[in-house]
Design a protein around this ligand. Structure first.
Ligand SMILES: Nc1ncnc2c1ncn2[C@@H]1O[C@H](COP(=O)(O)OP(=O)(O)OP(=O)(O)O)[C@@H](O)[C@H]1O
Ligand SMILES: [Mg+2]
Length: 275
């Protein structure tokens, strides 16, 4: 199939794991409508790690919600494995910007919850849940209720819930935003470890330029008003990513390029009047 070029200039071929095809989202307002996302075309390959950065309100969560099937595009389509997304699915694990835990369930109960829809036995569910809880460092809190956890621990519980289901696609919306700097770095390394071992496809939203570069093969920089893809920057650095790499001049160069693309965006030229 011939690649087609979307408005953002990113080619869209078949065979991508996730494919945004001129996918846009408008919200109705009292007067007119608001374009949160303007025809994004972007392909994410199977087992690719892509991060999304951009100013607040530029449509990052909206983009992720379209892939998650939690919102419907008003223009275009989103495809996963070539099929149009019409709702959430077990092959797509979502970690929300605002962690959503059931307050009446323990950490283990919350993590096991997503596994209840599978055909796994109770013992197997417990094993998978405990493995995920251990991965995020909450082993000693498996029986604790969310109200007794710190914000960062609640977030790690939400992450464990998504990991436990073993989804092919992880859609993560600022998952490490509530974590302290040290835990954040540990969680980044651990996410990269599981990604290398199990090779999921990851679409990861973050405000943090360092994090975006450290994790990804490609960084999608978005712009606001209307929300759109501004630039896609390749991160041509080898895996495994290490602390040494994080401190290297090559890393600094790419980080500066992304930083510049995020924080020094040209204002959108006003549309010429139609004559
Ligand atoms: N349900 C809604 N109704 C109206 N406008 C909305 C709705 N949801 C989002 N928006 C608007 O769409 C734009 C994009 O929102 P979105 O949450 O995707 O931004 P974001 O890039 O994730 O921001 P942040 O970095 O602050 O999380 C914002 O201007 C927001 O006000
Ligand atoms: Mg958001």
């Amino acid at each position: 199939m011939k690649p087609s070029l979307g408005k953002s200039g990113v080619s869209s071929t078949s065979g991508a794991k996730i494919s945004f095809r001129a996918a846009g989202k408008t919200f109705p307002l009292k007067q007119g409508e608001f374009t949160a996302l303007d025809e994004v075309s972007l392909d994410i390959a199977d087992r690719e790690f892509v991060t999304v950065v951009g100013p607040s309100g530029c449509g990052k969560s909206t983009l992720l919600n379209l892939a998650a099937g939690l919102a419907e595009p008003t223009t275009g389509q989103v495809l996963v494995d070539g099929a149009v997304v019409t709702g959430p699915g077990p092959e797509r694990g979502v970690i929300f910007q605002q962690y959503a835990l059931f307050p009446w369930l323990t950490v283990r109960g919350n993590v096991e919850f997503g596994l209840k829809l599978t055909s796994l036995s109770a013992a197997e569910r417990r094993r998978k849940a405990d493995h995920a809880i251990e991965l995020v460092g909450l082993k000693d809190f498996a029986d604790a209720l969310p109200k007794t956890l710190s914000g960062g621990m609640k977030q790690r519980c939400a992450i464990a819930r998504a990991y436990a289901v073993d989804p092919e696609v992880l859609l993560m919306d600022e998952p490490f935003g509530a974590l302290d700097a040290l835990t954040r770095v540990q969680m980044q390394d651990q996410l990269l470890d599981t990604w290398t071992q199990e090779r999921r496809t990851v679409l990861f939203v973050t405000h943090d330029v360092d994090e975006a570069v450290y994790l990804a093969r490609r960084v999608v920089v978005m712009a606001a008003r209307p929300g759109r893809v501004h630039r896609v920057i390749d991160v041509d650095l080898p895996y495994p990513r290490t602390e040494e790499l994080r401190l290297s001049p090559e890393f600094a160069r790419i980080r500066n390029e992304v930083w510049h693309a995020v924080y020094h965006q040209e204002p959108v030229a006003p549309k010429a009047p139609v004559t």
